[in-house]
Write a protein that binds this ligand. Structure first.
Ligand SMILES: Nc1ncnc2c1ncn2[C@@H]1O[C@H](COP(=O)(O)OP(=O)(O)OP(=O)(O)O)[C@@H](O)[C@H]1O
Ligand SMILES: [Mg+2]
Length: 375
């Protein structure tokens, strides 16, 4: 059993099922992220783990102890579950200064005054809030309050951290810096962390494992790389797109005796490898899905490519996104560095890797491509 074990947990609010029979094992020391769009049930799940929400069905275990069971009518209250919490609304104690807020949990633990000063000072430095010790929460910006809330939770060293979008109020640079601090704090403390975000890049960069949810249902529970490279279904594939995946609807056809993917526009044909060919049948409706960097655009003709036209090219310094069109097909490719592709010029696109999904079940059929053009 995982350090935190969710067994068929369900939460209903009247007719709304916020979380639907969720099974999840979160291992000790793991940084585990719940990821999904607004309203998919992330906060509700975290609140149930924390003990702030009753379960409608199921059982919940923390550290081999049953903390909630609907069948056994068992309920361990939030403060007795041994987990630290930090929520979107990072309520600090308004009548206490920054220093007092962070020191509070350590006083409760009967730390000496000197030790408290060392720990609090060190922690405020980590979240870059040193110098703010004597301010009250009402004298801080939202992002500053959030950083103090992180410090307050982390100093008490609970065996598990539960965090609900703790970086949501911060500007991009600070969010990046605090991501590194959170990751380091996690590595150093060894505490099991359950982290909630709707930002897939944040989830990718921080997590050991990610659970993607939609409409209260688990969609996939996997490592960041597996989630990115082989999303289990079209919803996850679309959600993991950065900024978007290429999704081309089509069907399986037979050409020269072999099975091929044929786009609905008729302008793209991809021969299928043996392993995929064995699990699809002629006429089956499928979608080809590719991350932008799985395609390559060349300004000069290359073998096994399709000819397209540049619609627009967006150069961001470290990378360039190139939006392409031809014969009803629209694709986006990502080139490393600063590529100069002018609008309306011709390019030749190779396709080096893809995932194929069944349109009926929306599930992954298989992965093709070896890094060479598979056209
Ligand atoms: N107290 C409540 N009463 C009724 N419905 C609720 C309540 N709390 C949440 N819900 C509903 O349950 C669903 C899941 O909500 P939840 O807050 O868990 O979503 P979330 O994934 O955290 O979304 P967000 O990213 O916007 O924070 C939503 O449809 C929401 O409207
Ligand atoms: Mg939420």
């Amino acid at each position: 059993m995982g350090f935190i074990s969710l067994q068929g947990i369900t939460k209903r609010y009247g007719k709304v099922t916020a979380v639907d029979h969720l099974n999840l094992e979160i291992e000790k020391g793991e940084f585990h992220t719940l990821l999904g769009p607004s309203g998919c049930g992330k906060t509700t799940t975290l609140r149930m783990i924390a003990g702030l929400e009753e379960l409608s069905e199921g059982e919940l275990f923390i550290n081999d102890r049953c903390v909630y069971s609907v069948p056994l009518a068992k309920h361990v209250a939030a403060p007795d579950r041994g987990v630290g919490l930090i929520f979107q609304s990072y309520a600090l104690w308004p009548h206490m200064t920054v220093y007092q807020n962070v020191a509070f949990g350590l006083k409760e633990k009967k730390f000496s005054k000197d030790r408290i000063r060392t720990v609090v000072t060190d922690m405020l430095e980590k979240v870059q809030m040193n110098g703010y010790e004597n301010r009250y929460p009402s004298e801080l910006s939202g992002g500053e309050q959030q950083r103090v809330a992180i410090a307050r939770m982390v100093v008490t060293e609970p065996p598990a951290f539960l965090m609900d979008e703790p970086l949501s109020n911060l500007d991009a640079k600070l969010r990046m810096r605090l991501r590194s601090e959170l990751k380091r704090l996690h590595n150093e403390s060894g505490a099991t962390t359950v982290y909630v975000t709707h930002d897939q890049v944040e989830a990718m960069t921080l997590s050991d494992r990610i659970t993607v949810m939609q409409l209260g249902l688990l969609q996939q529970d996997a490592t960041p790389t597996d989630l990115y490279n082989t999303p289990a279904n079209l919803f996850v594939a679309d959600f993991m797109g950065n900024p978007q995946v290429n999704k081309l609807d089509g069907a399986i056809a037979v050409k020269d005796g072999g099975k091929v993917y044929s786009s609905a526009t008729g302008s793209l044909t991809v021969p299928l490898g043996d392993d995929i060919a064995g699990s699809v049948s002629e006429g089956q409706e499928v979608a080809l899905v590719m991350h932008p960097e799985w395609l390559k655009a060349s300004p000069t003709p290359v073998a096994n490519s399709i000819e397209m036209k540049v619609y627009v090219s967006l150069m961001a310094g470290c990378e360039t996104l190139i939006f392409l069109q031809s014969d009803g097909l629209s694709l986006v490719t990502r080139e490393q560095g600063q590529s100069d592709f002018q609008a309306d010029t011709k390019v030749w696109v190779t396709l080096n890797r893809y995932n194929l999904y069944d349109m009926g079940t929306e599930s992954l059929v298989g992965t093709g491509g070896t890094g060479e053009s598979c056209l």
